[in-house]
Design a protein around this ligand. Structure first.
Ligand code: NI
Ligand code: MN
Length: 227
């Protein structure tokens, strides 16, 4: 399967002829390499309601007749706006055919809008199981000790985790998270979109590879990764 980074925290995953997009923030995303109208997908995974993740989910889902897989409140919000949805909650797993998803918790918030602000339940992360591999997309989160439990229950081939700091864990905590998760591979995300989350991913890569021996791949928007 092929993973592609579209900028900020948006990724696509191609599993044979099945396409997923995760946290499809594209049209307002300063890093985005494609416009939402170019996306062809079967599934849209959304970790939480914040604009830099929920993004263009409804437009993409409706145009593609794709289903949004997300937490119940975000599913309800999306369903009321005409999208097909599959609601889940933390700890739950579901088989979607070519892949399964288990929802994990994330230390973060989930809301949309500003006046008024609407709260959309808990934020989440995703364990994606396909072709014998396990990808852990942590979503926006701080570090938490139960990462050890997640990795014990589901040995991780690839973790995609934020390093931007301020809104999520920064590079020091992300290094500790890698030690808790002990994955086979690491891809950092959620940095350099704006000045406030500016980081040098090469420093993170060096620290992780020196301290753990686990390889880190830095993806620029548009880059792909095969696993
Ligand atoms: Ni967020
Ligand atoms: Mn975010």
């Amino acid at each position: 399967m092929f993973l592609k980074f579209l900028g900020h925290a948006c990724f696509t995953l191609q599993i044979g002829d099945t396409a997923l997009i995760i946290d499809p923030y594209l049209n307002d995303n300063p890093q985005a390499v494609v416009n939402s109208t170019e996306v062809k997908t079967n599934w849209v995974l959304v970790t939480h309601g914040h604009t830099d993740h929920f993004g263009d989910a409804i437009e993409i889902a409706k145009r593609n007749d794709a289903t949004i897989i997300t937490i119940s409140e975000v599913a309800r919000y999306s369903g009321l706006r005409g999208a097909k949805t599959h609601a889940m909650y933390i700890g739950g797993k579901h088989d979607f055919g070519k892949f399964s998803v288990k929802m994990t918790h994330a230390l973060h918030g989930s809301s949309i809008g500003s006046n008024p602000i609407e709260y959309l339940g808990q934020p989440c992360g995703f364990l994606i199981f396909s072709e014998g591999k396990t990808i852990y997309y942590t979503g926006d989160t701080g570090i938490f000790g139960d990462m050890t439990l997640i990795a014990r229950l589901h040995p991780i081939d690839l973790v995609i985790l934020p390093i931007g700091d301020n809104y999520t864990m920064g590079p020091e905590d992300a290094l500790e998270a890698v030690k808790l998760l002990n994955p086979k591979h690491v891809i950092p995300t959620h940095y350099n979109t704006w000045d406030i989350i500016s980081q040098d991913p090469r420093e993170f890569k060096n620290a992780v590879e020196t301290e753990t021996g686990i390889p880190v791949t830095i993806l620029n928007p548009g880059d792909t990764f095969e696993l």
